[in-house]
Ligand binder design. Structure first.
Ligand SMILES: [Zn+2]
Length: 351
């Protein structure tokens, strides 16, 4: 493979070794699969659920494979799954032609929060143990519902306290795990940030005064703008009320907050949340529309996300051969992101 590699924009030439890794040493008899164009380290969807459809229903293995294929075709080599009804079936999780999945076990939520059948409901006292168990049973992450806002009545519902979340973070870190928190209400965002969690998912009403603390602690923001855009018409059609107003105002404010987060040094990551898979280009475009530079928006779905997840961020000797090739510089023409010329995951040509 040869081309101009991002983020440095330097010409590179790589072969793939027998372990699916990049090497600068010539491999005898190798076929050229990319000859020119722009090469980007395999994309990351940092918030995507595979194999789910109706809330509360069990994970569907066939659907999980389909969603994983959709992600792969879009150039996504890694999917972080923040919560699932059950672990990904082994044939999907271990298929070398499908994205690597970083799982986080079942969603953890207070009784009454999230969906019956999906979430593992726990009290505040039970949360730290449950979070450790989900991390150990999955890919080292756990996912906690910091709030649950589905009706006017739920908007003032109970939350895990900052103290409970901080204790959970401490316990999870002790086993090498990490903590993702779904937070939309200002108060839920505030408690999660104070607790020093690893990522805030959605962050609809995250206040700008928290951004410096997030940057200092390395807490990422995954705004999932794609799913908000998808929900806009549905929310507009809701009966007038507190929740509707709050959601619409939240959608309006979020892009500016996302740009401010990036400016403040908060890792902003691309995540598309709900199926179908393969919509990462849309999320990158939403990040650009929010005010991130095309370079930063692409990084949010590639090198910056890889670094945040502890993966090799760049195309380098010995790194897993995860890369996407585009005919033009995707930062100059983000439209090419929707049609990669080539996708290679763990050394396998998948497109
Ligand atoms: Zn989600």
């Amino acid at each position: 493979m040869r081309g101009i590699a991002l983020p440095e924009a330097e010409p590179v030439e790589f072969w793939v070794d027998g372990d699916g890794r990049l090497t600068r040493s010539r491999v005898p008899g190798a076929a050229t699969v990319v000859d020119g164009g722009w090469l980007v380290p395999g994309l990351v969807d940092a918030h995507a659920h595979l194999g789910i459809s109706e809330p509360g229903r069990p994970l569907d293995p066939g659907l999980a494979r389909r969603h994983a294929r959709e992600h792969a075709a879009a150039g996504v080599a890694v999917v972080r799954i923040p919560g699932a009804p059950s672990p990904l079936p082994v044939p999907v999780a271990a298929d070398p032609g499908l994205p690597r999945a970083i799982e986080s076990g079942r969603w953890l939520a207070l009784p009454g929060h999230s969906f019956q059948g999906w979430a593992r409901h726990v009290t505040a006292a039970e949360l730290p143990d449950a979070a450790v168990a989900e991390c150990l049973a999955s890919g080292g992450w756990c996912k906690i519902y910091g709030d649950w806002t589905v009706s006017d009545e739920t908007m003032d519902g109970p939350l895990f306290s900052a103290k409970t979340l901080a204790e959970t973070v401490r316990r999870v870190r002790a086993v090498g795990g990490r903590v993702a928190v779904h937070a939309q209400r200002e108060e839920a965002c505030r408690k999660a940030v104070a607790a020093g969690v690893d990522s805030i998912e959605h962050g609809l009403w995250l206040e700008p005064d928290l951004l410096d603390t997030m940057a200092r602690n390395g807490t990422a923001l995954v705004p999932t703008l794609t799913v908000w855009a998808d929900r806009l018409d549905q929310v507009r059609a809701m009966p007038p009320g507190r929740l509707r107003n709050w959601l619409l105002a939240g959608f309006n404010r979020l892009p500016k907050l996302v740009a401010a987060a990036h400016e403040a040094g908060v890792p902003v990551l691309a995540g598309t949340d709900l199926p179908p898979g393969g919509r990462i280009a849309r999320e990158i475009q939403h990040l650009i529309d929010a005010g991130l530079s095309p370079h930063a928006a692409l990084g949010a779905a590639s090198w910056a996300a890889r670094r945040f997840l502890g993966l090799e961020p760049t195309l380098a000797e010995g790194a897993p051969a995860d890369l996407v090739a585009y005919p033009e510089d995707p930062r100059r023409n983000p439209a090419v992101l929707t049609r990669p010329a080539r996708v290679i995951i763990r050394g396998q040509v998948v497109r």
